[in-house]
Design a binder for this molecule. Structure first.
Ligand SMILES: Cc1cc2nc3c(=O)[nH]c(=O)nc-3n(C[C@H](O)[C@H](O)[C@H](O)COP(=O)(O)OP(=O)(O)OC[C@H]3O[C@@H](n4cnc5c(N)ncnc54)[C@H](O)[C@@H]3O)c2cc1C
Length: 419
């Protein structure tokens, strides 16, 4: 993508091609214009087009250019925040509704994949939240208790069972969540785009929205060579946004997260490591994630940016850390490496905003956007179509110090060997 192998890495080289699209030219009219073609924008475009609305979606660069094309591909079911904290933060009504909406969201992702026949390697074998030490075990046990109270199909695996499932003795246990799984993330975004176009949506790439004006009850969005007049605007730019509605970007701290992909591992290693092909991450503050892709490459990630001194530091750390978790892997060669920006809100919860009259957004997925992007895209579509009047509360927040986190991740990976 954009000839930058560090932006979308393995996902770019292994995804089916995107549907043909072109930049917007001239002036068009739509019922709804969407800014941004990641999961949120594409899911909204699909639902709106299926409902018969005239939709025009505008993407600054390419489909999946933001987080959607760079992430790990874990279709998580839970949130960072413990369930009881979600209820405390949002109140009993919105809190429980949010938990139930997002708890059912992985199923909605996989149903969308099935319904639209999206070729994106879906694996519905659950995720493993891996406990590091006694405190990690305590954390996942508490999480399992709170999720179990709400009927979620989760359980804590013993250290022995975890070792068998993962093929590593590095963990004190793991929380298995059978609602979750993995996908090829860029392939999913491209498949959503293909489905939205088939349903009647127009998608224009290389069409950054630079300005918006409201006249006569209509919004007009301006790109370099075109304009869309629309009754409603869905802003779906999340952590990659800017003009003309920079609030969603500003209220999030952007944390860089990288992935390295090994060459396909040998058959014996693939049989011994994650034979169930679950997606994994651990309980550390600077966490690591790992999963296999379709071809048996191990995709291993953590916080940090692969630029400047970050690239050699994080690459060396990733090799050490992988060897420590899976000593049997031996010599590691990485075939691909890439990174992107995760948008974090101060309470680690997503936000709905009415940015102006008839301009709505949901953002702030805190590194867990596959399932909320899919579901909140649909929720935004329903809201615009007048199918629901509900609005979650959405406080605005000041932006914080991102540079601190980027430097912090390098220091941790440089000096901490394997934190
Ligand atoms: C490295 C990494 C790892 C992650 N791992 C996971 C994971 O394993 N599981 C998970 O669920 N989530 C994960 N996430 C988070 C997830 O990728 C995001 O939450 C998700 O992509 C957000 O979807 P979105 O559609 O809201 O925004 P994005 O996918 O970021 O899309 C926003 C789009 O808006 C476009 N845009 C911005 N401004 C304009 C403009 N002015 N005009 C037109 N277009 C514009 C951008 O180019 C971009 O394509 C990860 C993120 C990163 C970066």
């Amino acid at each position: 993508m954009q000839n930058d192998p560090l932006s979308h890495g393995l996902w770019e080289t292994s995804a089916p091609p995107p549907p043909p699209t072109s930049p917007l030219t001239g002036r068009v009219k739509a019922d709804v214009a969407i800014v941004g073609c990641g999961y949120t924008g594409l899911s909204a475009a699909l639902r709106l087009a299926e409902a018969g609305a005239k939709v025009v979606a505008l993407e600054a660069v390419e489909i999946g250019f933001g987080g959607a094309g760079r992430n790990v591909g874990l279709v998580n079911a839970g949130m960072w925040v413990m369930p009881r904290e979600v209820v405390k933060a949002l109140g009993p009504d919105y809190g429980e509704r949010t938990l139930s909406l997002l708890g059912g969201a992985p199923a909605e992702v996989f149903e969308t994949i099935d319904k639209c026949a999206i070729d994106c390697d879906p694996v519905r074998n659950g995720t493993l939240h891996c406990a590091v030490g006694a405190s990690g075990l305590e954390e996942i046990e508490e999480r399992a208790r709170q999720l179990g109270e709400r009927g979620a199909p989760v359980r804590v695996l013993s250290a022995a069972e975890t070792a068998t499932r993962i093929g590593s003795k590095a963990y004190a246990g793991a929380l298995i969540d059978m609602r979750a799984g993995t996908i090829q993330p860029l392939a999913y975004a491209r498949g959503l785009a293909r489905a939205a176009i088939a349903a009647g949506a127009a998608i224009h790439t290389l069409s950054p929205v630079g300005a918006a004006e409201r006249t006569g009850g209509l919004w007009t969005l301006h790109t370099g060579n075109g304009a869309v007049a629309a009754d409603w605007i869905v802003v779906a730019t999340d952590a990659y946004g800017g003009a003309p509605w920079p609030q969603t970007r500003r209220e999030q701290i952007r944390l860089p997260y990288f992935n390295f992909a090994t060459q396909p591992l040998g058959a014996d290693l693939q049989a011994a490591i994650l034979p169930g092909r679950e997606g994994c991450w651990d309980t550390r503050k600077i966490l690591s994630s790992f999963r296999f892709d379709r071809a048996g490459r191990m995709v291993f990630g953590s916080f940090g940016a692969l630029r400047g001194t970050g690239l050699p530091i994080h690459r060396a750390w990733a090799k050490r850390a992988l060897n420590k978790i899976f000593p049997r892997i031996g010599r590691i060669e990485f075939e691909a490496q890439w990174y992107g920006m995760i948008g974090m809100t101060d309470n680690a919860l997503p936000r709905f905003h009415r940015l102006a009259e008839n301009v709505v957004t949901v953002c702030g997925y805190n590194g867990r956007g596959i399932r909320p992007g899919t579901v909140f895209g649909r929720v935004l579509a329903d809201y615009v179509l007048g199918r629901t009047a509900d609005e979650p509360d959405a406080p605005a927040l000041p932006s914080l110090r991102e540079a601190y986190y980027e430097a912090g991740a390098q220091i941790a990976h440089a000096v901490g060997a394997w934190l």
